[in-house]
Ligand binder design. Structure first.
Ligand code: GLU
Length: 462
């Protein structure tokens, strides 16, 4: 059974890079009917880990993702780690090192002076003497002294590390007994049965160390997949400035979960040239072996494009429900369908759509100066008044097409082009020259409101 995990440190929110990792782990677990574990890596800062986990679960909930079983907290597993530290000590695979800070500093300086790699020199590796007084020892694991370690990475292929370049007998327990990062990650992954690790390639250099721990304890090594980072357009690691880092900020900006997940899955993974993926399609096609080898670029326009696509294709019922989060309640609006249909392909986000709709539903307070100069000139008011008269005498005006007929009649009678009525009418109704079809706008706001806006516009601009 495939078991994957998402193992964030408790930052208090789920960030966009983390979500991409979580999504890929989730997809692979679900596709294989396996398990997806959520583990909070809070050995260093366990103070707010429950809140941090809740924030992640909340984001998962919004996005339709879910983890299996209880959330695991590393801070609650200290006894387990201690047991394994003791086991390695007992088996002679780890040892106490009594080197003081000063000695370590001196060693470093010496190595730096000789332009050598700074590393622990193994002086207590085979120590059998009497330990120095007053030094609380750290525990170091016996790493191989030479040879290579090969990470068989699903994304990058075989990555070979020369032990001499990267390893020394690294610390697995500090002087106060607390276990170190690479040690606990390896123990957890092994004990939790994680057999597929998908994570950012900023962790690749940790992997040989974790493999040493696996080997020392006789655990099976999981299938590693290191996903290249997400970069900004300048080719640098994505920072807060490049976009919201907290996933929930995307909700507030009016992006849908479908758009965000689709956006993220394509950051670093592809399936032919397909761009649009439903959750089912992602699951069907995703395979870690197809993750790109190079960094992906965060492209905000692409997210907007996907977002617009999902809004356009959403049912009006769902759209209306989601727009309520942005303060727009349409449940009692008799032209809800026309309203939503007219705006569906005009907005990049739900927030933008709510704003555009609210704009149409409220009578303009200001009339854009440029529009007024352009549209309220010559006989514009007479034409508007004539149109208003025609509207007053027309019955059964409901659908956009009904209003369209009135406009057509006027244009025919006056022998004028459509623009002659279109422009001033648009300014009267919307206060500016952009917006959806006028016939739709009139149908949405109704005859009385249309008349009232024409009257107000003439009054305000005469
Ligand atoms: N805790 C690490 C992080 O937040 C992830 C470690 C891992 O996936 O192995 O970057």
């Amino acid at each position: 059974m495939v078991v994957t995990r998402f193992a964030p440190s408790p930052t208090g929110y789920l960030h966009i890079g983390g979500l991409r990792t979580a999504l890929l782990c989730y997809l692979w677990a679900r596709k294989n009917e396996g398990k997806f574990i959520l583990r909070i890596e809070d050995t260093d800062q366990s103070r707010n880990s429950v809140e941090a986990a809740e924030a992640i679960v909340q984001a998962f909930k919004w996005l339709g993702l879910s983890h299996d079983g209880e959330i695991e907290y590393q801070s609650q597993r200290t006894n387990i780690y201690k047991r394994y530290i003791q086991k390695l000590l007992d088996e002679g695979k780890a040892y106490h090192c009594y080197m003081s800070k000063d000695e370590l500093t001196a060693l470093r300086e010496e190595q730096m002076a000789k332009k050598e790699r700074t590393m622990y020199d193994g002086r207590y590796r085979d120590f059998t003497g009497t330990p120095p007084e007053g030094v609380e020892p750290v525990v170091r694991i016996k790493a191989p002294l030479e040879g290579t370690i090969t990470v068989k990475d699903g994304v990058k292929g075989d990555v070979v590390f020369d032990v001499k370049d990267i390893l020394d007998d690294f610390i697995i327990a500090r002087a106060d007994g607390s276990p170190t990062y690479n040690f606990v990650v390896a123990i957890d992954d092994a004990l939790m049965g994680i057999n597929v690790v998908i994570r950012g390639d900023d962790h690749l250099s940790n992997t040989p160390k974790q493999m040493i721990v696996y080997e020392a304890l006789g655990f099976d090594i999981p299938q590693f997949n290191h996903v290249p980072m997400i970069h900004n357009k300048e080719g640098k690691k994505l920072s807060k400035r490049d976009g919201a880092t907290d996933v929930m900020a995307y909700k507030e900006m009016g992006y849908t979960p479908e758009a965000l997940l689709n956006f993220l899955v394509r950051l670093g993974w592809s399936h032919g040239d397909q761009e649009i993926f439903s959750m089912e399609e992602m699951m069907e096609h995703f395979d870690p072996k197809d993750i790109n080898r190079s960094a992906s670029i965060y492209n905000a326009e692409k997210l907007d494009w996907l977002s617009a696509h999902y809004i356009k294709n959403m049912s009006n019922t769902k759209l209306a429900e989601l727009l309520e989060d942005f303060g727009l309640v349409l449940s009692s609006h008799d032209k809800r369908e026309i309203l939503l249909d007219s705006f569906k392909d005009r907005a990049k986000t739900l927030k933008e759509m709510a704003e555009l709709i609210s704009e149409v539903l409220t009578s303009p307070v200001v009339y854009e100066e440029k529009a007024v100069v352009k549209g309220f000139k010559g006989d514009a008011f007479e034409i508007l008044e004539a149109f208003a008269e025609k509207l007053k005498s027309s019955e059964n005006l409901h659908l956009p097409v009904d209003y369209h007929h009135v406009m057509e009649e006027l244009v025919a009678e006056k022998e004028i082009g459509f623009g002659k009525i279109g422009q001033p009418l648009r300014i009267a109704l919307m206060g500016k020259l952009s917006g959806p079809g006028l016939d739709a706008v009139m149908s949405i706001i109704g005859k009385e409101e249309t008349l009232s806006r024409i009257e107000s516009a003439i009054k305000a601009n005469s």
